[in-house]
Structures are given as C-alpha cells and as structure tokens.
Ligand binder design. Structure first.
Ligand SMILES: Nc1ncnc2c1ncn2[C@@H]1O[C@H](COP(=O)(O)OP(=O)(O)OP(=O)(O)O)[C@@H](O)[C@H]1O
Length: 359
C-alpha cells in the first residue's frame, strides 16, 4: 500500500511542502478522497500528522482508531468539524473534532475553516487540508502558507506548454552548440557567442525546474512527463559543465561548479549580456561582446568518441587550446602519439571531419 511512502512528517518546511504535494497527488488515496469530497459538494478540514499537538489544540469529536481508506475519510467528512489522520496515513484517529488554535496567529484567509486550517499549520507540523464547499477548491497549508491543488487537466495544460518550451529551447541550444563548435574549430568565438549559449543552457534549466514542480503535483500521472523531461536534458549537464571550464578564467571543476551556481541564481535575461557573463567567468574588466575567446576544447573533445574523459583533460593540459591541438592534428598527427593516445590517427581524422576538412 502506498501509505508506507509517507513515514515521516519532516521538520523542514520545504520538505514538508514537497511531502504535502506528493501525498495529495492524483492517484493517491488521499487525493481520491479529496476529489470525492469535491464531487459531493462537501467541505472538509483534515490534519495529517503531528497528532499530539493537533489533538492538544482542539476538543470534542469522536475518538477513533480505524484504518485509513479514501471511502472512510469521505464518509467522515460529511460531519462537521475536522478529521485527524496519523503521520503515515494509515489510521484515522479523530473525526468531528473542533479545533481551537491560538486566534492571534496571523492569517490572511477568510472563512473560519480556512483561517483555522492556516493557523493549525502554523501552530503544529501537521499538513492541513481544507476543502471549500462554496468554491470547490482544495487548499493545502504548510507553515501558514497555502498551496492550491490543481486538477489533472489544469496541470496538464501547464505541462504541455512547458514541454513545448523545453523542446524548442533544447533545439535552439543544440543549434547554438553546433554553431559554437564550428566557430571554435575556426578560432572565431566571441564573448557574445559564449553568453548566448550560456543563456540558452539556463533557460533550459529554468523550464526543467518548472516542469519538475508539475511532475511532483502529477504523482503517478507524471511518469511520462518525467521521462520526456529526462530526454530533453540528455547530455546537457555534462556539456554545460565542460563549456564553463572551456571559457572560465579558472577552469577547475570546483570553480566551474560555483560559476554554474551563480549562472543559476542570475536572472536569465541578464545572461544575454556579454559583460555580465564575462564577469561571472572571472574576467576582471567589462569585456565587450566582440572580445575573442579561446576555448580549452574540453566540450568539443568530449564529442569525439575515441577520447576518454581523463584523456580530454590531458590533451587540454598539453595543448592549452583547441586551435593548437587542431594544428598538430593537421600538420603532425604523430605527435599525438606522445600523449599516449591509443588511436591518434582516429582522433586526428575525427577532428579534421569536425573541422570540415577531408581525411
Ligand atoms: N475551528 C474549527 N474546527 C473544526 N471545524 C471547523 C472549524 N471552523 C470551521 N470548521 C468547519 O468548516 C465548516 C464551514 O465553516 P465556514 O463556512 O465558516 O468556513 P469557510 O472557510 O467559509 O468554508 P467554505 O469555503 O467551505 O464555506 C464548519 O461547518 C465546520 O465543519
């Protein structure tokens, strides 16, 4: 039974919010009950978890100790008052319960049911659900904050818009990366080109994050969307990290990690500015967009199948830039032998092919 997934009500608010979304996602027994309550034009006030504190904040009602099922919860919500369920959603412990949280706890809600729900979530670690009979809405309260649950069709509308956005951003990024590879091989990259590519990486990450939030809301119904999301992100993480190392002042893995964090917290539109991207990459002066940039070549080398990960770093250490490596591959491929590359001929040919030169 699915209830074993919900063993703990976490202390951390963000984790509790995520758990609240997960336990009320379409397909869960709790959501089935909530949808039955909505369909029956009933209201409800339900507290899940932190049982001791919830029971201490109210009085009266019926003490129960019955196993939790969607039907039972639906039936009990026909009565006035609140229903109390234990933290792992296995037992219903109280029904028709009158809650009496501290009335000075702040809430912007209107209506006694929703004000009580918001206050109970401030007073306790319980996940509190309120179903409005008048407005046909399900609201989840965690730490005083309300989260409105959306219907599957409403979530799917947002999901399909985000999927389209993610697909077109991925296509634009792939085109930009191809263009960048060609520019790198011709030694013709500018800071403006680099900024545009980082901008597209971040737009893709932002859309992926928004899609993630909906996948959580969709529960079991979100599996296909999750698979689609993975597909749109295929290979992107690695290319992003390598590209940062290619162009950062300090190309270490740790520095690339911290640059990526800064890119992520910077407004996406700001990343279209070459100056902003130049500063984040560690360059002192405000460089203009047409500044020539010389990549290490890690990203491009990672696309050559004969180059293993550790070998790409070794090649870059030896040759400093992709351009130098290309010159050697073109004029003196035997020198690649000295690096211990198992198949220097294949590497030289692959680079020549990428460069648009015949073998
Ligand atoms: N303190 C409370 N403890 C338990 N149940 C409560 C409490 N306050 C309200 N309720 C429940 O909510 C029901 C509706 O109350 P009220 O109409 O004032 O709330 P509301 O927020 O306007 O809800 P709705 O949008 O469903 O009308 C009550 O009949 C009762 O069952």
């Amino acid at each position: 039974m699915e209830s074993s997934q919900f063993e703990q009500i976490p202390d951390d608010t963000a984790e509790r919010r995520a758990l609240a979304i997960k336990m009320t996602a379409p397909g869960t027994a709790l959501r089935v009950a909530l949808d039955m309550i909505l369909a029956g034009h009933l209201g409800a006030l339900i507290c899940v978890g932190d049982r001791e504190n919830v029971l201490a904040a109210g009085s009266d009602g019926f003490a129960l100790d019955v196993s939790f099922t969607a039907n039972r919860l639906f039936e009990l919500c026909k009565m006035d008052g609140a229903v109390v369920i234990d933290k792992d959603l296995t037992r219903i412990v109280r029904a028709n319960f009158h809650l009496n949280p501290d009335a000075t706890l702040p809430t912007a809600e209107t209506g006694t049911r929703h004000r009580t729900a918001a206050r109970m979530s401030l007073l306790t670690k319980s996940i509190v659900l309120a179903v409005s009979s008048r407005r046909s809405l399900i609201t989840v309260y965690v730490d005083g904050r309300a989260i409105q649950l959306k219907s599957v069709p409403a979530i799917m509308t947002a999901v399909s818009q985000l999927s389209v956005a993610m697909q077109s951003t991925r296509q634009a990024l792939d085109r930009e990366l191809l263009r960048l590879t060609a520019l790198e091989l011709d030694n013709y990259v500018t800071l403006g080109d680099v900024a545009e590519t980082f901008y597209l990486f971040e737009v893709l990450m932002t859309v992926a994050e928004q899609l993630d939030a909906h996948i959580l809301e969709l529960g079991n119904e979100g599996k296909i969307t999750a698979m689609q999301r993975e597909e749109y992100l295929g290979g992107v993480n690695e290319a992003y990290n390598l590209m940062i190392r290619d162009y950062a002042e300090d190309s270490s893995v740790e520095n690339a990690r911290s640059i990526r964090r800064i890119f992520h917290t910077t407004e996406n539109t700001e990343l279209r500015s070459a100056q902003v991207v130049g500063r984040i990459l560690g360059y002192d002066q405000d460089l203009p967009a047409d500044t020539a940039m010389v990549p290490l070549g890690l990203r491009t080398l990672s696309r050559v199948s004969v180059v293993r990960d550790d070998m790409a770093a070794k090649i870059v250490d030896e040759y400093d830039s992709l351009q130098e490596l290309l010159n050697v591959a073109e004029t003196n491929p035997n020198r690649l032998d000295d690096l211990g590359i198992e198949n220097p001929g294949a590497l030289a040919n692959a680079l020549r092919r990428m460069w648009g030169k015949s073998e």
